[in-house]
Design a binder for this molecule. Structure first.
Ligand code: M6R
Length: 604
């Protein structure tokens, strides 16, 4: 986790760093800090909490200089406080370091350095890096850094400044994202391509075990052995995402962007010929698909699993949360495809699984929203979401596009393997084309959801219920509500309630049922009757709002547009996203930055 940034140029570096950190705050917001180098001296300021605390502190006590590194933290090792905030500066004040990642052998290194008399001031793993640098220092910062990184086990993106090397930022990467670039007399390093100024136009996305020396007018690239490397540039997209465009928060904005995101995803999938780029003989030979993801991405994977079971009956499918997948025996052979799903493409749990499968000789495909991410880089094949930048920690439009792109892939695969006819395929494509408009219609009922949320935001417990694909959406709705409104919420397969959980249903509980498959109306009615009898209030989200049974059983009925039942998840999830948004708003929660969480979880 964490975001790092570095600047060298003619501006006051602290202004640039604060602006950049604000764009990186989604990566963690437990503390923030800056180290500024000026006339051979490095000064550091760090503050617990949001960037604004650091910003206010710098207004009182400015740090002047044109070279700086900054950090926004999501705490792993050591409490979120000033002492554990980055940057870390060595005891000789020669080096300062910002770090994203985990140093696995930090205790070992710390012990060694302490036995040499080195004093530590924090509980973090990262602090060892700066002391190691000063311990190994031979006057040549490049040689010193290259020596140090070889001693570090684990993952890191590092930004380093050296008091005696003016106008220079050093950057090193292993397994955590790091981007560098320079233009117009300004050099940058950063964790996220979208947090860099558009003026850079093109940047270098560092590969593993690469090291960069960034100045105002030049970037040099090396491997960890010190061999100079050619630079591959990536164009910065003109995407402007630092702007709320009048919305109250990013989550609201990103929900409203769902129809456009779906349109883009469909267009890109077809025009980019995403499916055609995958080896056809291999796809025909497939016998097994593994699906791996975390959180919302996992829920999209569970939806895909249901479709594979239906449309590709001769393929065994196994989906698992990434943090568990790697500990189970994994079946990987030449007839297996492992699909990773991720908005960021940097989630450590998922990335580790993808790498594990590759190391075992298996093929991987990633369904991902960030084309420059590690998952896309390392996967054999990729399908782009084109959802546009997602800033809110709660994932919304990425989920809708993950479901959509996964479904398009499955339908193409089914057609290729002959498990659906051309006519069935064409019909599914028509249904897909209708999704953006239907998503907009689902968003348009937000007034009813707002009213429901304003009435019910004090509830202590909510249950989402569904069967089949609706159950997958129930899981996603439940995660979203917990994540941003801090209300206890469970998702249950409706038929499973009576096997234990029904004991928790009582007055003051709300049950929200998703019902998009007409064949399930009677079965769902029975489950809801059991809930009603125990005193809970009921909301039903359904396209079958005219059904007498549903009118009779529900306290709140949210009508959504009718969608092909196998594509329903793309649209039926929208009211659940809006429910969590409005409930969090009514409760006064920080919607875009929920407590204890960060957008991109780059630690296992
Ligand atoms: O970037 P990823 O899609 O790999 O992230 C996976 C999860 O961390 C993420 O979906 C998380 O569950 C969201 N905050 C949920 O809204």
């Amino acid at each position: 986790m964490c975001g790092i940034i570095g600047y060298v140029g003619d501006k006051q570096a602290s202004d640039v760093i604060i602006a950049g950190l604000k764009l990186l705050e989604y990566r963690g917001y437990d503390s923030a800090g800056i180290a500024v180098s000026n006339k051979g001296k490095i000064k550091v300021a760090k503050k617990e909490g949001r960037i604004v605390n650091l910003e206010n502190h710098l207004k009182e006590e400015p740090l002047l200089g044109n070279l700086a590194i900054g950090h926004t933290r999501w705490a792993t090792h050591g409490k979120p406080n000033d002492a554990n905030a980055h940057p870390f500066i060595g005891n000789k004040r020669k080096y300062a370091v910002v770090h994203n990642g985990i140093i696995e052998n930090y205790l070992e290194i710390k012990e060694e350095l302490m036995s040499e008399g080195v004093k530590f001031s924090s509980k973090t793993d990262s602090e060892v890096i700066v002391h190691l640098l000063e311990y190994l220092d031979n006057g040549d910062p490049i040689a010193t850094i290259l020596k140090a990184v070889k001693k570090l086990k684990g993952a890191f993106a590092l930004g380093i400044i050296h008091a005696e090397t003016p106008n220079t930022i050093f950057a090193a990467k292993r397994d955590n994202p790091l981007i560098v670039g320079c233009a117009g007399g300004e050099g940058y390093i950063c964790s996220d391509i979208n947090s860099l100024p558009q003026s850079l136009k093109k940047v270098i996305v560092l590969d593993n075990k690469q090291f960069a020396v960034v100045k105002k007018n030049s970037v040099e690239l090396y491997n960890f052995l010190g061999k100079p490397l050619d630079k591959n540039y990536v164009e910065l997209s003109p995407e402007e995402w630092g702007d709320l465009k009048g919305y109250e928060c990013y989550m609201d904005k990103e929900i409203c962007e769902i129809p456009d995101a779906l349109t883009r995803a469909i267009k890109n999938y077809r025009e980019n010929k995403s499916f055609e780029k995958i080896d056809k003989d291999y796809l025909k030979s497939l016998r097994r698909i593994n699906i791996v993801g975390c959180g919302t991405a996992l829920h999209a994977g569970l939806y895909g699993e249901k479709l594979i079971k239906k449309y590709l009956p001769d393929i065994d499918v196994y989906s698992e949360m990434a943090s568990e997948f790697r500990y189970n025996p994994v079946k990987v052979d030449e007839k297996t495809l492992t699909i990773t799903i991720s908005q960021s493409g940097e989630t450590a749990d998922t990335l580790v699984c993808q790498k594990m499968v590759s190391e075992l000789g298996g093929k991987t495909l990633t369904i991902c929203n960030v084309p420059t991410s590690s998952m896309v880089y390392y996967a054999d094949y990729n399908l782009q979401l084109c959802a546009g930048k997602e800033v809110a920690v709660a994932s919304t439009k990425a989920y809708n596009t993950q479901d959509l792109v996964f479904a398009m892939f499955i339908f193409d695969l089914a057609l290729l393997r002959g498990s659906i006819s051309q006519a069935e395929y064409d019909n599914l494509m028509k249904e897909i084309d209708a999704l953006p408009k239907k998503a907009q219609e689902a968003i348009d009922v937000r007034g009813e959801i707002e009213a429901f949320s304003n009435k019910n935001f004090r509830k202590k417990s909510v249950f989402y219920l569904g069967r089949g694909i609706d159950y997958c959406v129930a899981m996603e709705g439940s995660l979203k509500l917990k994540e941003i409104s801090y209300i206890h919420c469970e998702a249950y397969a409706a038929g499973e309630l009576k096997h234990g959980t029904l004991a928790l249903i009582e007055k003051d509980v709300i049950a929200i049922a998703l019902l998009t498959d007409y064949d399930m109306v009677d079965k769902m009615y029975s489950s809801l009757a059991e809930v009603r009898t125990r005193g809970a209030s009921i909301m039903v989200i359904t396209p079958f709002a005219d059904e007498m049974k549903l009118k009779e059983i529900s306290d709140y009925l949210i009508e959504i547009p009718k969608v092909h039942k196998d594509l329903s998840a793309v649209v039926s999830v929208i009211p659940t996203q809006l429910i969590s948004y409005y409930i969090a708003r009514a409760k006064g929660c920080d919607i875009d930055k929920p407590r204890n969480l960060a957008k991109s979880v780059t630690v296992e």
